[in-house]
Design a protein around this ligand. Structure first.
Ligand SMILES: Nc1nc2c(ncn2[C@@H]2O[C@H](COP(=O)(O)OP(=O)(O)OP(=O)(O)O)[C@@H](O)[C@H]2O)c(=O)[nH]1
Ligand SMILES: [Mg+2]
Length: 451
């Protein structure tokens, strides 16, 4: 990998007043910079040193802690400095301006991580995990990011790649002998090995949905007839009066979305306009939005007024409700006697009161169980691929399926090998074994400056 010739610097903490701020520097000039700024004794690697930051004019800007990381044992793999200043944006800015005068350049978004990737410190799926780690909003999302950062996805892909290389070796042995066809026995072995790689690929691909849920939050749509207590439920789950509540049916017109943490999960909780079988014009507009949200929901909380007969919901909503994605909530339980029977429904149901909080711990437990069931079993590991991984895996699967077809129809081995190489390239893309500057620009542009 080419070594960077320029030294980059950036603020690694948010701009604002805080206890400390950290300025990060990486590149070949770090040793010289440290010497010029902090005096002549070389900084010992990986040891925090207290000292005065003196700018080019010799003025003390701040007393700081500086840590020198000697390449390759640093985040980027290059020599690097981390300067912890008092958390005053003016101090951090003064230090950055001084570093620029001394020849550094301001880092681009994600450039430190990009250097770590280019320097072989991590593969691309691990670089993405750094982003996931920074943005993780829930215990499960954090666990998945931590595992990916430690190479879980890379290991799974490594196994698939090895399996595929064996197949390719078997097939390529025959390419040099055009008169000899792949013997039937080898053909059978190749099909078996391809099936195993295909199975592994599909298993990884199946985790994409869970990956989306972990990264974006689980879209949990609250539905039900007008006045059932949907907004009251949202307010109690959010912990504040977020939505208007009133005894008048048809209070909520537009949908209202709030993120909440429920146990180890992050939910995107969406309160909607009540589903009224005979809506007035304005109510109808609100209901259309409810139907749109329902079409893309991951989970449903169907709120009913426990004292009223079970309402009829639109067929397009009912067809989406299953025991795996829906919890029926008989609300207003406080108005019922303990022994009052509830209407029977064919979906899991609970008695709750959005007014008193009755039944909410059972509600939380049930929703957590439903959310956990989206996870695909990979033993103790949480694999949750992102859209880029899914795109590459889909292409790999297409190539593998084409290859399998060719083996069974005795197509020329060159063509078979070409499909296998296509699948290998697609696997390689996930770890970043490709030379695609545009893709890297695009990917690292989503990082923050200083990361
Ligand atoms: N007693 C009792 N009243 C409740 C409960 N939950 C909601 N309510 C009352 O029921 C009425 C309707 O509540 P909302 O939360 O506005 O109902 P909604 O389903 O959002 O209604 P729309 O937005 O009109 O569809 C309000 O007067 C609430 O105070 C409950 O658990 N017990
Ligand atoms: Mg409402």
């Amino acid at each position: 990998m080419p070594r960077s010739t320029d030294t980059i610097a950036a603020l690694a903490t948010p701009v604002g007043t805080s206890a400390i701020a950290v300025v990060r520097v990486s590149g070949p000039d770090c040793v010289a910079l440290a010497k010029a700024i902090f005096g002549s004794t070389p900084l010992p690697p990986r040891t925090a040193r207290h000292g005065d930051y003196r700018d080019l004019q010799g003025r003390i800007v701040d007393d700081v802690l500086v840590t020198f990381f000697q390449g390759p044992r640093s985040y980027t793999g290059e020599d690097a400095l981390e300067i912890s200043t008092h958390g005053n944006p003016y101090i951090a800015q003064s230090i950055l301006s001084d570093l620029l005068l001394r020849g550094c350049r301001i880092a681009e978004a994600g450039e430190f991580t990009r250097r770590a990737f280019l320097g072989g410190r991590m593969d691309l799926s691990q670089a993405e995990a750094v982003m996931d780690l920074i943005h993780a909003r829930s215990e499960r999302a954090l666990a998945a990011a931590n595992q990916q950062l430690r190479g879980s996805l890379g290991r799974h892909l490594g196994e698939l790649t090895e399996g595929l290389l064996l197949v390719l070796a078997r097939v390529e042995a025959y390419i040099d002998f055009p008169d000899e066809d792949l013997p039937d026995e080898d053909r059978r072995v190749v099909v078996k090995e391809l099936d195993s790689v295909l199975h592994g690929t599909s298993r990884l691909l199946a985790t994409h949905h869970y990956g989306e849920l972990l990264r974006d939050g689980i879209k949990t749509v609250i539905i039900g007839e007008p006045n059932a207590g949907k907004s009251s439920l949202l307010n109690r789950l959010v912990g504040r009066d977020r939505a208007l509540v009133s005894p008048e049916p048809g209070t909520t017109r537009d949908f209202i979305e709030e993120r909440i943490i429920l146990g180890p999960h992050c939910l995107r909780l969406i309160d909607t306009a009540g589903l009224n079988p005979a809506p007035a014009a304005l109510e109808k507009l609100g209901m259309d939005k409810t139907l749109e949200r329902a079409a893309e929901a991951d989970l449903f909380l169907w709120v009913l007024d426990a004292a009223r007969p079970c309402p009829v919901l639109p067929a397009e909503v009912v067809s989406r409700l299953t025991p795996e994605n829906t919890l029926v909530l008989f609300n207003k339980a406080d108005l019922l006697g303990e022994s009052t029977p509830l209407p029977s429904v064919s979906l899991p149901a609970l008695r709750i009161s959005a007014l008193t909080g009755e039944g909410f711990s059972g509600l939380a437990d049930h929703v957590v169980r439903l959310a956990d069931s989206f996870r695909h079993d990979h033993g103790d590991e949480i694999i949750a691929i992102n859209a880029r991984h899914a795109d590459a895996l889909r292409r790999a699967r297409e190539c593998l399926e084409a290859a399998r077809q060719k083996v069974t129809t005795s197509a020329p081995t060159e063509l078979l090998a070409s499909d296998l190489r296509g699948a290998l390239d697609a696997f390689g893309e996930i770890a970043g074994k490709i030379d695609n500057e545009r893709m890297l620009d695009h990917l690292f542009a989503t990082f923050c400056i200083g990361k």
